[in-house]
Design a protein around this ligand. Sequence first.
Ligand SMILES: [Zn+2]
Length: 254
Amino acid sequence: MSEKIVLRDDLATFLANELDITRFRDYCPNGLQVQGREPVGRIVTGVTASLALLETAREVGADAVVVHHGFFWRGEDARVIGPKHRRLKLLLGSDINLFAYHLPLDAHPVLGNNAQLGKRLGLVAESHFAEQDLGWLGRADTSVRTVGDLAAVVERALGRAPLLIGDREQSLGLVGWCTGAAQHTFGDAIAAGASVYLSGEISEQTVHLAHESGAAYLACGHHATERYGVQALGDYLADKFGLRHQFIDISNPV
Ligand SMILES: [Zn+2]
């Protein structure tokens, strides 16, 4: 494919429509967060706009970085000092655009984190649950018979053993899933009929809810469950506009 460019604001408009960003009540601005150069030919995607990701993006000559976790979270310290200063200085000094999509990228029916994670785990969605329909509910392949079997599927797909709370031998019914830090929608998953729920992170009370409800819980890693949406989005943009795209995985044990 020949290398082409798209204009920064055209890319922002395209992504706003594709990801339906105005539909969500979110904790951060979705879209262009830091303005850089106008022509975009090379994009880097990553889970989080950490300094390590931005440094690598600059090294490979990215015009734009597209992430799931960007900047300017609700309630954060607004001052541009310390780590925030270093990140912004790198972007502004290199004229690199930063685009970030949080909940819209979790929720997109094809390119989203939940859709892409479900695809990798062989889960077929039947419905949604929880606020803003962010939770997905569906079924695993019939060869996956128990909670322990599902944990093994997760380990193979993500390259990381999940923390399993509950009975490995319990037979698998409806599976609920939501990527990232969605342990707080475990109760909604149970109410929707899930026999097992998987997410990225886990809290102390998650364990009690699992034991007392009889539903199992799989903590599969916040980063590990959210690597796939932004990657799919980058590939999609590369196809659509003829851009060069590289996903950069800055590993994270959480
Ligand atoms: Zn996240």
